[in-house]
Design a protein around this ligand. Structure first.
Ligand SMILES: [Cu+2]
Length: 110
């Protein structure tokens, strides 16, 4: 709910000023398998400062458009890892990973 409100006020501001809010688009690797992973990863990325988040099942890349003054990639990766999905920098906790549905048990780097 809060994310929706923040996004709305951001775009309202943009419309008034006619400028662009500070935003940056970047991609990072997130391990996962299926559609369920996709929605889990994308909802984990819904947070203040993130305007757009999309995870690609084929490339395993999450692409995010965000406000660098509000949030950073490290915070996003931590959040995704805490939801059960490994990133390059952060590992999902074993107990969270083991509770994922079977189809979501992606291969983990040893
Ligand atoms: Cu899955």
């Amino acid at each position: 709910m809060m994310v929706v409100m923040v996004t709305t006020s951001l775009s309202a501001q943009t419309a008034v000023k006619g400028g662009q809010p500070a935003s940056k688009t970047e991609s990072f690797k997130v391990y996962g398998n299926c559609d369920m992973c996709k929605s889990r990863i994308e909802s984990a990325l819904k947070m203040d400062g993130v305007m757009k988040a999309e995870w690609n099942e084929k490339t395993k890349m999450a692409t995010v458009t965000y406000d660098p003054s509000t949030v950073n990639i490290e915070t996003m990766q931590k959040k995704v890892a805490s939801a059960g999905h490994d990133t390059k920098k952060f590992k999902a906790p074993d107990d969270v990973y083991s509770k994922l549905p079977g189809c979501c048990h992606y291969d983990r780097a040893k």
